[in-house]
Design a protein. Structure first.
Length: 213
């Protein structure tokens, strides 16, 4: 019994193994793993750097979107006396009215009009009066300001109202022009085949611009 107790005490009092006492093989494996990890990081970083800095960049070209200008082959009405012009479709023909008086009392004069076969027409008026939205008089009478719509024509605040007579009706665009007012009246009459559609009216107005006189 004393001998067995002595052996147990010797085993209990024996110091634990420190990390330094690990087998040499385990220490070698740990170093090997660390070296492999470091090399993998270096190689991976080098590949990424090469791809980013030295490989040619592939430019992605987006398809070009071309917006067709449908007014390119249109004709142009130009009035240098009153300083304005606009385009109109080639299906229309221009008839010069020689500044014919339409209503002397209101100062309405017709410069000419655009006409299309079996369709609407576009008289071009000059009114010898400065545009006043509170006192707009159409050919067929005074217009209430609440009946007016506002549009911008070549940067100028303009006014639109609808009027007509004898089965014909259309928008009248009143454009300020110094001491005068330019009026474009889009007329459509019953029984016509070729109406001046709203989109065509807007296209024509979009080409209007003032010119030096």
């Amino acid at each position: 019994m004393p001998n067995e107790q002595s052996n147990l005490e010797q085993q209990f009092n024996q110091p634990l193994s420190s990390p330094n006492n690990l087998p040499q093989k385990s220490k070698f494996n740990l170093k090997y793993i660390l070296i492999v990890v470091i090399l993998a990081i270096i190689v991976g970083g080098g590949i990424l750097s090469y791809q980013y800095w030295w490989l040619p960049k592939h430019e992605i070209k987006l398809p070009e979107i071309t917006i067709k200008d449908e007014t390119t082959d249109w004709q142009t009405y130009r009035n240098e006396e009153y300083g304005f012009e606009f385009k109109y479709p080639k299906e229309f023909s221009f008839i010069d009215s020689g500044q014919r008086a339409v209503n002397n009392d209101l100062g309405y004069y017709e410069l000419g009009y655009l006409n299309q076969k079996d369709g609407g027409n576009l008289p071009i008026f000059i009114k010898l009066e400065q545009l006043n939205p509170n006192n707009i008089r159409g050919i067929y009478g005074k217009k209430d300001i609440n009946d007016l719509n506002i549009v911008t024509v070549d940067g100028s605040k303009s006014y639109v109202y609808t009027e007509g007579d004898a089965g014909c009706e259309g928008d009248s665009i009143n454009i300020p022009n110094g001491e005068n007012t330019i009026i474009l009246q889009f007329n459509n009459c019953e029984g016509q085949i070729n109406y001046i559609r709203e989109d065509l009216e807007n296209q024509i107005i979009s080409t209007f611009k003032f010119i030096p006189r």
